[in-house]
Design a protein around this ligand. Sequence first.
Ligand code: SF4
Ligand code: SF4
Length: 139
Amino acid sequence: MAQTWHSHLDEADWEALCDGCGKCCMHKFEDEDTGEILRTNVACKLFEQATCRCTKYEQRFEQVPECLDIRKLSDTEMLWLPETCAYRLTFEGKSLPSWHPLNSGKSQSVNKAGHSMSGLSVSELDIPEDEIVDYILTS
Ligand code: SF4
Ligand code: SF4
């Protein structure tokens, strides 16, 4: 099999790489003119605010067809991930930030550093689909 940017990671390493920020579970748009990714704080229906996790992680691809397997993303698609995403950072050959649990030893460090979506999102179940665009984040 061809080597990929994640070939050296076994299943446990792969799962540990996720910092649990929840940013990738938010709806996003791509600006047709610039290609810029515009992020919102509107969460997927399976996202749980309290834990900042997917409530159906094992069945996520069956239940939410738009949920993408990061291991199968193309190089271009990897840039759809948030800039702080540990998978994107690893793909780009960058170091993980000090607040990443693998560096800090604490899962709470993600929240403390202001990178968790916990408590900051609204569920797609609670707003009309055509209003999601109103939730684009400006910072
Ligand atoms: S953005 Fe990346 S690090 Fe954050 S929850 Fe999603 S996959 Fe994990
Ligand atoms: S299915 Fe789960 S992992 Fe996928 S976007 Fe929704 S909450 Fe996130």
